[in-house]
Design a protein around this ligand. Structure first.
Ligand code: HSE
Length: 414
């Protein structure tokens, strides 16, 4: 039996994890693929002489492109440059590509899926959203019988880890971030995690797949966790919930879709409020299933390698025929995206030197919150559901007296 040769691009956290996992479980992986597989190349510019894979190292992508024996390429470099040109060239040569690269799929997914089809090979990206969690395949295969109306969840392991450490262990933000970096959870530039860009890329991929038209990151309103304070977290806890960075997309009554990334107060009755540490949790709502939830490690070396390996096995089984359901159309505009300012939601607000009466006069019926050691001149409350546009106008009246305002995650109505 001829051996399918794999090239791994990048020997960082995910790349080294993928190689390690392959050789740890090679026998069962090949059995599941129904074919003999081996890694022929590892493309890496850093010195690999202290690893056991030094004989596989190349620093030149042309070695891989020109080698007809290589039919599967795992792109685990991350970012757009040079990953995009490497992936595109591999697909153009008919080599199937699997990737964990969220940025690449969110920016170039529609184009790369098309390139793969044109060249009778596959482009897979299970590891690009949800880390170890099987999510992409269930969305386009197991749930294919449903009209999916909404997907919402915790999509970034690093920020969930930081929020958990800050709240449960009273760790300061920078120490929690440093620990997340040491554990290999964060992006090379952790700003992408903190500012929500990583979660945004993931919701773009999910939204594109579920609703069939490419959602580019610039179409998505995105807020990160940088402004969340320990005081806000204490109010959320006393309220019986937690603050989580939520990425979501839903179909609106106008027929458009609304993708959004923002920190949110999540009530204790919602399962997402109990997802801690590096774990991700994703709820999918469909007309037949009602709701299903996916849970697992959202980042890290071996969990991500697990998802990459599932794609390598599928690529080996595919014979170059991509699944018809793993696709979406490209788009030249954002006419399919609703304006988040029209979305109706409740808001948590924390004020200084604003009386309860002033708050009631402006926002009407609200739920006042409390926390330990609450300053006498501080008030925190949750509004009734309101459009963000109207909320902004009301909030403007208190201008500099607003210490924080955070959306409340609404339980999805089926
Ligand atoms: N930095 C990402 C996260 C890695 O923390 O979720 C996994 O995509």
């Amino acid at each position: 039996m001829s051996v399918i040769k794999i090239a791994v691009l990048g020997f960082g956290i995910v790349g080294s994890g993928t190689v390690e996992l392959f050789y740890r479980n090679r026998e069962s992986i090949c059995k599941k693929a129904g074919k003999e597989l081996d890694i022929k190349y590892i493309l890496e510019i850093r010195d690999m002489s202290d690893t056991e894979y030094t004989d596989k190292q190349t620093t030149d992508i042309n070695d891989i492109l020109d080698d007809d024996e290589v039919t599967i390429v795992a792109e685990l470099i991350g970012g757009i440059k040079p990953a995009y040109s490497f992936v595109k060239s591999c697909l153009e040569r008919g080599k199937s590509v699997v990737t964990s690269n969220k940025e690449l799929v969110a920016e170039k997914g529609a184009e790369l899926i098309k390139t793969a089809k044109q060249n009778n090979c596959c482009f897979y990206f299970e590891a690009s959203a949800g880390g170890a969690i099987p999510l992409i395949r269930p969305l386009h295969q197991c749930l294919a019988g449903n009209e999916i109306t909404s997907v919402a969840g915790i999509l970034n392991g690093t920020t969930n880890f930081i929020l958990t450490k800050m709240i449960n262990d009273r760790m300061d933000f920078n120490s929690a971030l440093k620990l997340a970096q040491e554990l290999g959870y964060s992006e090379k530039d952790p700003v992408a995690d903190i500012e929500g860009h990583d979660a945004c890329r993931k919701i773009c991929i999910i939204a594109s797949l579920v609703f069939g038209r490419h959602v580019y990151p610039e179409y998505v309103h995105c807020e990160g966790i940088a402004k969340i304070t320990a005081e806000d977290a204490a109010y959320a806890e006393n309220w019986g919930g937690a603050i989580k960075l939520i990425g979501s997309v839903k179909k609106t009554s106008s027929g458009k879709i609304l993708p959004l990334v923002r920190p949110a107060f999540v009530c204790g009755g919602n399962q997402l409020s109990n997802i801690n540490d590096v774990f991700n949790g994703i709820m999918v709502y469909g007309d037949a299933v009602d709701e299903v939830m996916f849970y697992g490690r959202g980042a890290g070396k071996m969990p991500t390698a697990s998802a990459v390996m599932s794609d390598i096995i599928d690529a080996a089984k595919s014979n170059g025929i991509p699944p018809v359901s793993l696709t979406w159309e490209d788009t030249a505009d954002s006419s399919h995206i609703a304006d988040y300012k029209d979305d109706i939601t409740s808001f948590y607000v924390r004020t200084s030197k604003v009386s309860k009466q002033q708050i009631i006069n402006t926002f009407g019926d609200v739920e006042f919150l409390s926390r330990n050691d609450m300053p006498a001149d501080e008030n925190a409350f949750i509004t009734k559901p309101i459009t963000e546009r109207k909320f902004d106008v009301k909030l403007e009246r208190f201008s500099r007296k607003i210490l924080s305002s955070i959306r409340v995650f609404e339980q999805i109505e089926i």
